[in-house]
Ligand binder design. Structure first.
Ligand code: NAD
Length: 484
């Protein structure tokens, strides 16, 4: 028998970035919060996504650095790889962050219930089943929770394609890839999006022979074409075979590996296939449709721009949502989960919620070379019929880039063109090259503050830094330049 429901101000189903951000922010605002999590708080990002993937990319970076040390006069042996130690370090970082997060939730008196949460009653009752003892809170076992408001933050899981059932041995999703005990000698990565490129980059740097099979005409959909071309050149130099416009039809497992079939081409013999073709929302069996929470034909929970479902008091955030009126796919990014978690709490508190402008969110892809952008690409601006002026600068002439020995890349600024052809508002900044994911901040601010070229050109960039490339690219749009 289920005991009487425990009461909270907000009950959150899912403890990933969307859910835990809502919990921390809401608790900080004085709300009594419960989080229901069936696995571990931290979700995909911390345990099976962003953090472990970037940790493995960092190993690839260290490997490349050691391999190139001689150029700096540092005489080290050629690197070898102890992948067990790599994985152990990755796990240590994940565990440390997980302990930190649990501590934060505990300090803010968020009650975490471990178990499967599903909506019941009028949508503001959450049934928790199959639970163990509550992590960091009082919850445990089967319980019913009652919230003044409920936030759905159930996230997403890897998609696969017909003929490629994940077996964890030869066919891997991102979940299995990040937990591998050793790297394959030869691998096919299906899908050349963010995950596919990050994994291909990691494996290639650590000695795997990699082929990327992408269905579309180009990899990294959504990225500016000049940026993609820089990535492609680097991938080619590092031996990654990128095939685009490819139809993958199936695979035939053999001795320890498999042969991947592509339409009109020879089979590709590999030890592992990594499927990275996107992620699907987690909504089945959670009582959403029964209660009238709208779920679209791809399984996403439909919300308005205030993140409200159609059911009174039920909100949804993160990878699981589709925002009504926003045509492009909703960005499945941890930082979007964070901001939506906070927005939902503001809405619950009755505060004004400025909708997220999904066309200007920061994007960072951590393959080598890194990619980072915010706002419109050149093509997107032209497709929208906007007159634009564009300025590009290569990292090749930048002192800091030469010093660190990583000068391949470019930065591109897209701005409106006035009737006199002069550059006006900055619409987009697209970067590829050394540490661009750490340089995006000021570009993001410029785009989202709707700053003009003249305003940003007046800012001082410290010397010598990689960020001088941003300053120089904006300066050129004023019609004058320093080093351009
Ligand atoms: P994605 O949608 O970014 O890319 C998937 C790619 O697979 C696309 O290029 C698509 O055309 C291709 N594809 C689909 N079906 C195919 C098929 N049958 N054969 C060949 N190619 C096929 O998805 P992802 O890379 O799996 O990432 C999932 C989500 O997580 C995305 O929303 C992504 O933005 C996000 N993510 C972001 C980052 C980052 O920003 N650093 C990192 C990882 C994941």
């Amino acid at each position: 028998m289920v005991p009487t429901a425990e009461q909270f101000d907000v009950v959150i189903v899912g403890g990933g970035p969307g859910g835990y951000a809502a919990a921390l922010y809401g608790a900080g605002a004085g709300l009594d919060i419960a989080v229901v999590e069936r696995d571990k708080v931290g979700g995909t990002c911390l345990h099976r996504g962003c953090i472990p993937a970037k940790e493995l990319l960092e190993t690839a970076h260290v490997y490349r650095t050691v391999a190139g040390a001689k150029e700096f006069g540092v005489l080290a042996d050629q690197p070898g790889l102890d992948f067990g130690a790599t994985q152990a370090r990755k796990q240590k970082v994940v565990d440390q962050l997980a302990r930190g997060l649990s501590g934060l939730l505990k300090n803010r008196k968020v009650t975490v219930f471990s178990g499967e949460g599903s909506l019941a009653g009028d949508g503001r009752t959450v049934r928790v089943t199959g639970g163990g003892s509550g992590e960091g809170g009082s919850g445990g076992g089967d319980v019913e929770l009652r919230g003044e408001a409920v936030i759905i933050a159930t996230g997403s899981v890897p998609r696969t394609i017909p003929g490629f059932d994940v077996d964890g041995r030869v066919v891997l999703s991102s979940d299995e890839f990040l937990a591998l005990g050793s790297l394959p000698r030869r691998a096919v990565v299906i899908g050349g999006g963010a995950i596919g490129c990050e994994f291909a980059s990691t494996m290639a740097d650590l000695g795997t022979e990699v082929t990327i099979l992408e269905a579309l005409p180009k990899i990294l959909p959504g990225c500016d074409e000049d940026v993609v071309n820089v990535v492609l050149r680097s991938f080619k130099r590092r031996g990654i075979d990128v095939r685009t416009g490819v139809k993958v039809t199936g695979h035939s497992p053999g001795d320890g590996g498999t042969a991947v079939q592509v339409e009109g081409g020879d089979p590709i013999e590999v030890d592992a296939v990594v499927v990275a073709v996107g992620r699907r929302p987690v909504t089945e069996g959670l009582g959403f449709t029964e209660l009238g929470v709208e779920v679209d034909d791809r399984g996403f929970v439909v919300v308005d721009e205030q993140l409200r479902t159609g059911v009174e008091g039920v909100w949804a955030v993160g990878d699981v949502i589709a925002v009504r009126g926003w045509d492009a796919p909703h960005p499945q990014l941890a930082h979007i989960g964070f901001v939506e978690g906070m927005q939902a709490i503001k809405g619950i508190l009755g505060e004004t919620v400025l909708p997220v402008d999904y066309s200007r969110v920061p994007w960072c892809i951590y393959c080598h070379p890194e990619v980072a952008f915010a706002g419109m690409s050149e093509q997107a601006a032209r497709d929208a019929g906007i007159d634009v002026v564009v300025s590009k600068h290569a990292y090749g002439g930048n002192g800091r880039a030469m010093i660190i020995g990583d000068a391949q890349g470019l930065l591109k600024v897209i701005a409106t063109a006035g009737p006199d052809g002069r550059a006006g508002q900055i619409l987009g900044v697209h970067m590829v090259g050394p540490w661009v994911t750490e340089q995006l901040g000021q570009a993001y601010l410029a785009v989202n503050w709707e700053a003009t070229v003249d305003e940003v050109a007046a800012f001082i960039q410290p010397h010598p830094t990689l960020s001088e490339v941003f300053g120089e690219t904006v300066l050129s749009l004023t019609g004058r330049s320093l080093h351009g």
